[in-house]
Design a protein around this ligand. Structure first.
Ligand code: ATP
Ligand code: MG
Length: 331
């Protein structure tokens, strides 16, 4: 079987949460032995909301996300873990790809619509960041991109941009495919189960997400206060969005079929389901926190992983840029 080249990343816009873990990082860990893996902390993407950026905080958050990758079980001997802005080719390729991407393609991205909603003014970067994301992926000849459901449209855009570039300038890029997990692909917010759990929203809304670094008391409070409804319906097809979210999280962590979870709780209050979900979530998060504390006790450990990984992947990015520059005729 041909070896896959995996690339994926998370923006250091806030704390990693249960959705990033179930939708993305847990998949990376599960399949890391089978493939070539490159996991990036995409700090340049965080600049798309400049009013939320503070230089000291951004640097610290980038390190926190990289440290959490490792604490979640990413093995630095098998996977490269690095910070996007440390490899300058990302920005260069992003510009060249911006110039071959029709404006209409960027305007069709639903994340731009949802992220710009309610704001008086947004940066142009918020519109074009999916093109930077395409550059992140194409720079490393990645074949498979493990992401949550929300990123499917962006990976398809990356593929379309690669195809268009290849048609215009010759075969330069490998076409990437999204890999979406069967469970955990769309974890919803605890305070608003009609919306996806998001790091950037969690910054201002305390009951929105379970962050991987929240303490036990806070996680219990977030889950026990999750929005449900005033009924007592556990059956998937009839349950409200909040109850379905709790059932889905339970299933993603316990592996128990949803129908069996629903049957066990039928006729009882939602509080019992919440309690079990809390036990499962804390059971998953506590060991991550323990490994994170051990890892960060000596910050040079993380520096060494980042330096070694960057040295390993930089030649791939440089080789791609050589092909790209030659294809378009720039130096
Ligand atoms: P932001 O609000 O800054 O966009 P985010 O929470 O959406 O943050 P990202 O950094 O955009 O997180 O995404 C990181 C990875 O986690 C992506 O693969 C994305 O698909 C996945 N992911 C993010 N949120 C969820 C979620 N609620 N459920 C499942 N997967 C998710
Ligand atoms: Mg996002």
């Amino acid at each position: 079987m041909e070896r896959k080249r995996i690339f994926s990343g998370v923006q250091p816009t806030g704390a990693l949460h249960l959705g990033s873990y179930l939708g993305a990082i847990r998949q990376w860990v599960l399949h890391q032995a089978e493939n070539d893996n490159i996991f990036c902390v995409v700090d340049l993407h965080s600049l798309t909301i400049p009013e939320a950026v503070n230089a000291k905080v951004l640097e610290a958050k980038s390190r926190e996300v990289a440290g959490l990758y490792l604490a979640c079980g990413i093995d630095p001997d098998r996977c490269a873990v690095f910070i996007q802005s440390h490899v300058k080719e990302h920005s260069e390729l992003a510009w060249i790809l911006t110039c071959v991407t029709p404006l209409g393609w960027a305007e069709k991205m639903t994340q731009f619509k949802s992220k710009s909603e309610g704001r008086d003014s947004v940066s142009t970067g918020l519109l074009t960041y999916p093109i930077l994301q395409a550059a992140d992926i194409l720079l490393y000849d990645a074949t498979h991109i493990p992401v949550g459901e929300d990123q499917k449209q962006h990976i398809e855009l990356a593929r379309n941009i690669a195809q268009r570039f290849n048609n215009m300038f010759g075969e330069v890029f490998v076409l990437p495919t999204p890999s979406i997990p069967e469970v955990g692909a769309r974890v919803m917010a605890f305070d608003d189960p009609e919306s996806k759990m998001s790091k950037s929203t969690a910054v201002t809304k305390p009951g929105h997400a379970v962050s991987l670094l929240d303490d036990e008391k806070r996680i219990r409070k977030t889950i026990m206060s999750a929005v449900t409804d005033s009924g007592s319906e556990f059956e998937w097809d009839k349950a409200s969005a909040g109850v379905r979210n709790l059932l889905a999280i339970h299933h993603a962590l316990s592996g128990e079929p949803i129908a069996s979870i629903s049957a066990r709780f039928q006729g009882r209050g939602y509080g019992y389901l919440k309690q079990e979900v809390f036990d499962l979530v804390w059971g998953a998060v506590q060991p991550i926190q323990e490994r994170y504390t051990a890892l960060t006790a000596d910050p040079t450990q993380l520096d060494r992983v980042l330096d070694r990984s960057t040295a390993r992947i930089r030649p791939i990015a440089e080789a791609t840029m050589k092909r790209v520059r030659a294809a378009v005729g720039v130096g």
